[in-house]
Structures are given as structure tokens and as C-alpha cells.
Design a protein around this ligand. Structure first.
Ligand SMILES: Nc1ncnc2c1ncn2[C@@H]1O[C@H](COP(=O)(O)OP(=O)(O)OP(=O)(O)O)[C@@H](O)[C@H]1O
Length: 958
């Protein structure tokens, strides 16, 4: 134990800093919803300023520290708060990439500031020692530990006891409520960013003396606090601090054994990331739930040039590339590297752009490919082609391993997990003999010793042509994926994983599948990189560069595969021609700025209208029908009303009906923490009938729907679908068993067209959970999908919108598309959540007729949540009424209109509302009673015509 004490002391000091940094990080994450990957960038900038003022210009260290912590850091915090506000409503990918951009900027600035040598940072705190418990402890260590502990404790106390801190906690849960209470949420968040930046600054200054002053080292040093934050579940401050201590002490102890125990080598610096990865993988998903976005992400206009234009452009580009060995022989290696990077960018694009998943460890896959190829081709002596194929395939299980967090997590947590994994791969595995070993020349990666006529594949130009062929094949593969079923599913998953799952595709399998494909392609690129230089070393595949790759894939917004070509030119070719030592750094700075500002790129389309028109004309495509702006209030009127649905008779195309018995909900209770949203309700929605589920706002209707479709977990009760208990089944399984649904807050695949959206209503269940069927569909299936989509589109009268991008349509039309999508599916029980909101009276009436005919001709059942009581009266066979989560009425619509209890519930008459069921519920669960008492009830007339018709801003789907 005595031998361990010095290491524990070191670990305590470093760990306390990690803990304090983690506490600041968690503070901003909790209050803004933005996980600041660039947290280390704040620390690094402060360290630079400290060095500049104190070391370069002789300012005393206390004064310099004051300037850094109390002036510069708050300014940085204010700047970051501005960026964070820009990011509100942006996708997780953009949020991650923006903050990653800060890292790239600061790393580049650091490099530009001290390009040649990286100076070391001075120890500004006293280095004298005291003897404690038999160990010599420096005053620096004592001060760091005590200061970090006190700062973190103060912040915790501030959160608990000071009004601003309490409001900061409130802003996390309900910014609107904070505003109603007279506090400005923006001001509150600004404070959080300022305090977070100050904590980062202090952490940077305390860690810096042990580090060299280069940007990468400094920005990534504070990454260690991510591990601490993970231990605190990104929300608990004391646990985060304790996590920091654990990581610090663990790292120091590993350090002790690293010299003697060979397997420990590389582990000490990676420990925070191992912890991060493990915590993310094992933590229950609900604990890591992201905050609900406060605004809706703007929709980007999708545009693809006509096929003819794309083919011709592709042929021209390939022809030009084929001339490179003749025209640019001096730069052949640069162009060869660019070709390889096209493959890398394409594979990363499959993840980031097409499926909306962030991987920050992509070069790790490439490293696996390079190392595997070398060991197979040189070590095992396998023929070149066999070694290449096996090296490509070897990354598949690695991709599947990375997909474990992807399956469970999404957005920022997936980014964190992959960041951790990339760093662990680099620090722990790269130096091992089964990867690159420790030799500085690395491991041999031979080119193919094949000559075909005059074409020597091992020569530089011969290898270049081989690369060109491989790249063309990869581009064609990715194009085939994009245009096929997998591409549609990936696009759908990126837009709305929730909707895809409830249409019948198991997205966990889809995520694993796409990770495996992307990993295999990256692995191939890695093997080719090794072959290009004939040797490969770990530094070709630095985990930090994975961040740059992701930034490039996001900021180059043009379509596939051109983004990959442009990104490769930016990353490889430009530095090959402009050979100044700073070119790469300036480029990294540019990429960083682009990434930091990428939130701007999400607004509107990316291809200028004039260019689109020109390309369309060249490709012989008819100009697209203009779509009315979704922002105009008048657009809420449904343009589709002129379609066939407006005709009096409704012809419902037959669908093979499975004719089960319907849906049965038994004693369902759903709780959210202390709130009992649904209290022991039972209801039935039989096949061949329309059943209404009504109630005032907050009554528990959507929660009941979510429980039926598997989106929330009931605390009690059972859900039976056609007689089978599906309570433990996921949403996709329930969908495949015939349960279809629409959403109160419309869930469409915004980047796809109306036809593609509707087709997915049928195709998603065919894709199911089998990787092979997710990859590709049979021709018979394609015909069935197309026919089902055409029928549903005609039924809802939206033929004229079929080729429009859904995200650009007004709300009323979007509702019809969502209805068409569920009608295209092979569902025999439909849950429709306020489907008529956004429709006018005539359209609602017609809509009701469509539903009646669907039920009559297909024999399916419908459970309808609706505020329009006229529609409910007209089409429902039976109605259930909820109030405060309890069932207060079940019967026919006539009985409902005569019910005093229902009338009272809608009118908010407390005396009458206190019926037996509600009173029981309140007595059994006073928390619910208190919580729901605050719910706004709809102030409706006795006819129950709601005030909410036409609105689409109701509570988000939970
Ligand atoms: N994820 C959640 N976390 C906490 N409380 C929730 C959550 N989802 C719903 N609730 C609460 O459960 C209750 C029922 O909400 P629900 O959305 O099911 O009502 P609703 O009848 O669909 O209302 P509306 O007609 O306004 O959509 C409300 O008190 C709501 O605040």
C-alpha cells in the first residue's frame, strides 16, 4: 500500500481537476442540451493566453490567472452561448460537429502560434513539498486538489441553494415555465456557459504544467473529464467529481504498473475513455435520455441532379482522373491518397449523412484494415487479393462492436462512445504487435505483384489505376445502396427513427448493418493506404484526424459522391500542391470554422435554385411544381382536397386482411417518475370498428398510444394484439404484427418524397429485422410496395404531391401523407393520433368517410384520438374518455354526449369531475393528482368542439 500512496496522491490531484472540469461540462450540458466537445478548446485557449501574458510578457501569475479565469473565459463562454443558441433545433450531428469544429480551430491556432517547437508550460504553483503519510506531496498538488474540491462543492451548493442555480435546474426541464416565472432562460443559460467556461479554464491551467503546449494535446487533455461526466450520468455533479477522482487515481495506478506489466502499456491515458465507453454501454438508456429539443430542426431541401447529368459528369471526372498519371506524375502520390480518401469519406458519409449516426473513430477502422492486411499478406503469406478481401471483412465484427453503443445510444452519446473507442484503439491497440507494433518503420503492406500486359500494378501509376477502378466500384456500390431499400431505410432512420420503428423495421439491426458496411469500406481504404506507402504506421490513422473527417463530411454539403471527392481534394490534394508548412494547419482551421458554423448550413437548401434549374434542363427533367411555403398560415389548408379523396364515393384498395380480434388494453398504468400519466385503464379497440379515445389536454391519450405501440414501458398492465400479449415486444415487432400508427406531432421522413414516405409504410415491415431483407428487396416486393403506395396516395388524394419532398409541405398535407403511409402498410389495427388536426371542416368530413370505408372494406380496427367531437360522433362506434389519466367513461357516442362526468371533465367542473375513478386515482397517487391539477384543460363548449383543432404544436411524442 505504501508503494501505491505516491501514485494515489498524483491521481487525487489530477482526478480532482478532471472532476472539476467534468462538473463544469455537465453544468452547460444540463442547462443548454449541448454537449460541448470543444470544452478542451476553451481550456487550451486560456492556457495559451496565460503563457502569452505570463511567460512571454512577464505578467505575474496571479494577475494572469485572474485575467484568464475571470475575463477571458467568461468572454469565451458568452461566445459559445451564442453558438449554442444557433444550434437550438439543429440535429445531433450538427451539434456535435459544431463543437468538434472548436477543437479543430484551437488545435490549428496552437500549431500556427508555435509551429516549430512546442514549449512546455511553467509550473506557476509552489513546487516545495510536505511529508504526509510517508509521502512527499507538493504544494501544487495540495492546492490543485483543495481548489478543485472547493470549486466543485461551491457549484453544487450554488445549484441547490442559490436562486440562479435553482433556476438553472429549472431551465433544463421547462424553459417556458422559467420564462413564465419572470426569469429569462437565455440569461440563465448564458450564466451556465460562463461558469462552465471558467471551470474549463481553471482545469486547463492546472493540467497544463504536465503537458506540452500543442493544440491537440491541450484540447484532448480535458477529454478525460468526459469519463468523469459519464460516471455522473452527465447530470449528477457530486458523482461526476467522484468519477474524476476515480479516473485520476485509476490512471495513476495503471501508470505505476505500465513499466513492469506489459499489457498495461497504453492503458493509463486511455482509462477515462475506457470508463466512458463502458459507462455508455452499460448505463440504462433511460438514464441517458437526451433533452427534448425546444424547437424543430429546419428541413434541408434534398436535390439530386437528373441521372443523365450525373452519369455524364461522373464519366468526365473519371476521364480527367485517368489523365493524372500523364499530366501530374509529380503529384501522383497525392492523387492516389485522395482516391483512397474518397472511399473513406463515402463510408463515413453512409453513417453520418445517410443514417444520421456519428462515428468519431472512423480512422480506427482504417487502421484495422491496414494492420490486418499486412499480417495476412506478409505474416500469413496469403495471396494479395485474398488478403485484401479478408482485411476488408475483418472490420465487419469491429464495426458490429462499435455498433453496440449505436444500437443503444444515439446522437451525442454515440459520438462520445466512438470518440472514446477511437482513442483507446490508438493508445492501447495500435502499438501492440498484432497491429502496428512499436517499430518506427511500421509494418509492410505490399502492392499486388501483378502485371497485366504493360500495366504493372505494383508501379506508382499502375497502382493509381487500380485505385481508380476500386474507387469507381465503391462509388457504384454506395450509389446502389442509396437508391435501393437500404438507402431508403437509412434516410428514414436519419429523419425519424421513431416512425421507422413503428412502421416495422428493427432499427437496431439496421444500425449494426450500416456500421458493418461502413467499417468494411474504411478498412479497405486503410489497407490501400498502407499499400500506397508500402508500409503502414499508426500515425497514418490518428484518432484526432477522425474528427476532421467528420467535420468535412458534414460541411461539404453537395450530393453523393461529390462531397467525398471534394473533401478528398481539400484534405489531400491541396496540401500536396501548396506545400507551405502551414497549409494543412490553415486548412484544418478552415474546416474547423466551417464545422463550428455548420448550424447555418441546415437552413434551406444547399443547391442554388439557378443551378438546379440548369441541371434539370440539361438532364431533360421537367421543372418541379412549386410547393407553397410551410410557414404561411394559409398553407394549413389542405391542397390535397382537390384529389380523389374529395369525391363522394371512396374506393379502398383491398389489402390481405389478417383479421385478428383487435387491441385490448388491460389495467394499463404508465408512470413518468412521480407522475402517473395513465392510471389502470382498460379498453378495447376491436377489428372492424372505429373506437374513439378522447379527453382534455394531458388526460393521457398519447401516453396510452405510446404504451400500445411499445414506445413507453407500462408500470403495470398488459397490451394484447389479436389475442397475443405484446407487452414485452418492441414497436417494430408490434408493427409487423399489424399495429400501425400516426403521431400527434407528425413524424415523417422529411428528406424523402411523398411517394417514398408512403412506400415505406409498406416496405419497412418487409425489411423487418433481417439484415438481408433490410439490404435488398425482391422484384415482387418492389412491385407490391409501389402498388400499395400508389393506392394509398390515391385514397388520400395526394397524387399531385407524390414527387414533392415531404419536409417542404405544409402541415395539412403532411397529415395526409402520414395517413397515406399507415394506409399503405399491412396494418389491421390503426392508432390515429389527432389525424384531422390541420384539416378544415369539409376535408375532415371527407377524411371521416375514408376511415369508415377503410374499416368497412379492409375489416381493420381503428383507435382514434381526436379533439374534433363532430368527427368522433360521426364515425366512432364506441368511445372511451380519459381524464387525469383515469378512465371516466366508456360507451356509445350518444351516451357520451349525455354524460355529466364527461361534460364536467371538459368544462373543468371540479365538483362533477371528482367521479369515482378519478378520485380513486388521486387518492392512490397524490403526486399524479398534484401534477395533473396543473394541466391546462381545454375550455370547451358543451358540444366538446375543441379549441385545439388546426394546431400542430401540441406536446411532443414521448
Ligand atoms: N415523458 C414524460 N415525462 C413526464 N411526464 C409526461 C411525459 N409524457 C407525458 N407526461 C405527462 O403525462 C400526462 C399525460 O400526457 P399525454 O401527452 O398522454 O396527454 P394527452 O391526453 O395526449 O394530451 P394532449 O391532448 O394535450 O396531447 C401529462 O400530465 C403529461 O405532462
Amino acid at each position: 500500500m505504501h508503494q501505491l500512496l505516491p501514485f494515489i496522491v498524483i491521481g487525487l490531484a489530477t482526478g480532482a481537476v478532471y472532476g472539476m472540469a467534468g462538473v463544469g461540462l455537465v453544468l452547460t450540458y444540463k442547462t443548454s442540451g449541448i454537449f460541448n466537445f470543444g470544452y478542451g478548446a476553451i481550456a487550451a485557449l486560456d492556457v495559451y493566453l496565460f503563457y502569452f501574458l505570463h511567460t512571454d510578457h512577464g505578467l505575474s501569475w496571479p494577475l494572469t490567472a485572474l485575467v484568464c479565469v475571470f475575463v477571458f473565459a467568461p468572454l469565451l463562454g458568452l461566445g459559445l452561448e451564442l453558438i449554442a443558441r444557433l444550434l437550438d433545433g439543429a440535429s445531433d450531428t450538427i451539434k456535435v460537429v459544431s463543437t468538434v469544429g472548436l477543437i479543430l480551430i484551437v488545435a490549428a491556432l496552437g500549431q500556427l502560434w508555435h509551429p516549430q517547437t512546442t514549449p512546455s508550460f511553467p509550473h506557476f504553483l509552489p513546487q516545495s513539498t510536505v511529508h504526509m503519510l510517508g509521502v512527499n506531496v507538493t504544494w501544487e498538488q495540495i492546492i490543485i486538489f483543495v481548489f478543485s474540491l472547493v470549486a466543485s462543492a461551491l457549484l453544487y451548493w450554488f445549484f441547490l441553494a442559490v436562486r440562479l442555480g435553482v433556476v438553472m435546474r429549472g431551465v433544463v426541464d421547462n424553459p417556458e415555465l422559467v420564462a413564465v416565472c419572470g426569469d429569462d432562460p437565455v440569461r440563465v443559460r448564458r450564466w451556465a456557459w460562463v461558469i462552465g467556461a471558467m471551470f474549463a479554464s481553471i482545469a486547463g491551467l492546472m493540467l497544463a504544467p504536465a503537458l506540452s503546449l500543442d493544440g491537440v494535446t491541450l484540447t484532448t487533455a480535458v477529454f478525460a473529464s468526459f469519463g468523469a461526466a459519464a460516471i455522473g450520468y452527465f447530470s449528477n455533479l457530486p458523482l461526476t467529481f467522484a468519477g474524476g477522482l476515480l479516473v485520476g487515481i485509476g490512471g495513476a495506478l495503471f501508470e505505476k504498473y505500465a513499466a513492469t506489466v506489459s499489457w498495461v502499456g497504453g492503458l493509463p491515458p486511455s482509462l477515462p475513455f475506457i470508463v466512458l465507453f463502458i459507462v455508455l454501454v452499460v448505463t440504462p438508456r433511460a438514464r441517458l435520455a437526451s433533452r427534448r429539443p425546444t424547437s424543430v430542426a429546419p428541413v434541408r431541401r434534398s436535390y439530386q441532379a437528373p441521372t443523365r447529368v450525373r452519369l455524364v459528369t461522373g464519366a468526365v471526372v473519371v476521364a480527367l482522373l485517368a489523365l493524372v498519371p500523364s499530366l501530374q506524375a509529380d503529384h501522383l502520390i497525392v492523387w492516389s491518397a485522395a482516391l483512397i480518401y474518397v472511399i473513406l469519406f463515402l463510408s463515413l458519409g453512409l453513417l453520418v449523412r445517410q443514417s444520421g449516426q456519428i462515428s468519431l473513430c472512423h480512422l480506427g477502422f482504417a487502421a484495422v484494415g491496414a494492420a490486418a492486411f499486412s499480417h495476412l499478406a506478409v505474416g500469413a503469406g496469403l495471396p494479395w487479393l485474398v488478403a485484401v478481401i479478408l482485411a476488408t471483412l475483418i472490420a465487419v465484427p469491429v464495426g458490429a462492436l462499435v455498433a453496440i453503443p449505436a444500437v443503444r445510444l444515439s446522437g451525442v452519446f454515440l459520438a462520445l462512445a466512438t470518440l472514446g473507442l477511437g482513442i483507446v484503439l490508438e493508445q492501447v491497440f495500435y502499438p501492440r504487435h498484432f497491429m502496428f507494433g512499436t517499430s518506427s518503420i511500421g509494418i509492410a503492406n505490399p502492392r499486388p505483384m501483378v502485371r497485366i500486359g504493360n500495366w504493372d500494378l505494383a508501379s506508382d501509376s499502375g497502382f493509381y489505376y487500380l485505385l481508380l477502378i476500386i474507387v469507381v466500384l465503391c462509388v457504384l456500390t454506395v450509389a446502389a445502396i442509396s437508391r435501393g431499400r437500404l438507402g431508403r431505410l437509412l434516410g428514414a432512420m436519419a429523419d425519424s427513427p421513431l416512425a421507422l420503428e413503428t412502421q416495422g423495421t428493427t432499427s437496431t439491426v439496421l444500425k449494426v448493418l450500416v456500421f458493418c458496411i461502413a467499417a468494411a469500406m474504411a478498412s479497405l481504404a486503410g489497407a490501400l493506404t498502407g499499400m500506397l506507402y508500402q508500409y503502414s504506421v499508426g500515425t497514418y490513422f490518428r484518432s484526432f484526424d477522425s474528427l476532421t473527417l467528420v467535420a468535412l463530411v458534414v460541411i461539404v454539403t453537395i450530393g453523393e459522391p461529390w462531397y467525398a471527392v471534394l473533401a478528398a481534394i481539400g484534405f489531400n490534394v491541396i496540401p500536396g500542391y501548396i506545400t507551405s508548412s502551414d497549409t494543412s494547419t490553415y486548412l484544418a482551421l478552415l474546416f474547423g470554422i466551417g464545422a463550428a458554423l455548420s448550424a447555418h448550413g441546415t437552413r434551406g437548401g444547399t443547391t442554388p435554385r439557378a443551378l438546379r434549374h440548369l441541371l434539370d434542363r440539361l438532364g431533360g427533367r421537367r421543372p418541379a411544381q412549386p410547393v407553397t411555403s410551410p410557414s404561411s398560415p394559409s398553407d394549413d389548408v389542405v391542397a390535397g382536397s382537390a384529389g380523389s379523396a374529395a369525391t363522394a364515393s371512396v374506393d379502398v384498395p383491398a389489402r390481405p386482411a389478417r383479421m385478428g380480434s383487435g387491441l385490448v388494453v388491460q389495467d394499463l398504468t404508465v408512470r413518468f417518475g412521480g407522475v402517473r400519466a395513465v392510471a389502470g385503464i382498460s379498453l378495447e379497440a376491436p377489428a372492424g370498428a372505429i373506437t374513439g379515445l378522447v379527453g382534455p389536454n394531458g388526460a393521457g391519450k398519447t401516453t396510452t398510444f405510446n404504451a400500445c405501440s411499445g414506445l413507453n414501458r407500462p408500470s403495470d398492465g398488459r397490451i394484447l394484439l389479436h389475442g397475443a400479449d405484446v407487452t414485452a415486444r418492441g414497436p417494430a415487432q408490434r408493427a409487423r404484427r399489424g399495429l400501425g400508427r400516426t403521431f400527434q406531432r407528425i413524424e415523417l421522413f422529411n428528406s424523402l418524397t411523398v411517394r417514398q414516405n408512403v412506400a415505406l409504410g409498406h416496405e419497412a415491415a418487409l425489411a423487418g429485422r433481417n439484415p438481408a431483407s433490410q439490404l435488398i428487396g425482391t422484384p415482387a416486393q418492389s412491385r407490391a410496395v409501389a402498388a400499395a403506395a400508389a393506392d394509398a396516395i390515391a385514397l388520400t388524394g395526394i397524387e399531385h404531391l407524390a414527387d414533392q419532398q415531404v419536409g417542404l409541405l405544409p402541415i395539412g398535407q403532411r397529415r395526409l401523407v402520414e395517413l397515406a403511409r399507415v394506409l399503405a402498410g399491412r396494418f389491421d389495427l390503426l392508432l390515429l393520433d389527432e389525424p384531422s388536426s390541420g384539416l378544415d371542416a369539409r376535408e375532415t368530413e371527407q377524411f371521416g368517410r375514408v376511415l369508415l370505408e377503410v374499416v368497412r372494406q379492409r375489416g381493420c380496427g381503428i383507435l382514434l384520438v381526436e379533439h374534433d367531437m363532430t368527427l368522433v360522433r360521426d364515425i366512432c362506434d364506441r368511445v372511451y374518455v380519459l381524464d387525469f389519466g383515469a378512465l371516466i367513461f366508456a360507451g356509445t357516442t350518444e351516451e357520451m354526449t349525455r354524460s355529466d362526468e364527461v361534460r364536467a371533465a371538459y368544462l373543468g367542473d371540479v365538483a362533477v369531475t371528482a367521479n369515482a375513478a378519478a378520485a380513486d386515482a388521486a387518492a392512490a397517487d397524490p403526486v399524479t393528482a398534484t401534477a395533473t391539477a396543473d394541466q391546462p384543460t381545454t375550455d370547451q363548449p358543451a358540444a366538446f368542439v375543441p379549441a385545439t383543432v388546426g394546431q400542430d404544436t401540441a406536446a411532443a411524442e414521448r
